[in-house]
Design a protein around this ligand. Sequence first.
Ligand code: ZN
Length: 139
Amino acid sequence: MPVCRDIIKVNTVGFCSIHDITPDVSAIVDKSGIFQGICTVAVRGSTAAVSTIEYEPGLLEDIPGLMQKLIPGGIPYEHDKTWGDGNGFSHLRSFLLKTSLTVPFDHSKLDLGTWQQIILIDFDNRPRSRELVVQLVGE
Ligand code: ZN
């Protein structure tokens, strides 16, 4: 069974910064030589998430707004007592959205909608250098 594994590196500013990683993932699928299969994208860390959106300016404002309503920053969480790092809200947001995403591909092209992009969201309360593992399995 052909497999392919690669790493994407992204420098973020944290605080719900949203990054379109579709070109990077597509390039890996394209050059893999694998015709059809599944592509998993997983961020290493417990204060970030991988998902899909239509990557446009309105949603880049709406998503931080939604997160602030669901899991507000600026209030104390139990996690903050453990390490004193003040990012309990970041961990809870990551837990809710999950840290990996699987997308099928065919003809070495990701099965995404026209207005659907793969995003990394960094919820941490400081800039981070993120590594995402892209793992392909197919034939
Ligand atoms: Zn923490």
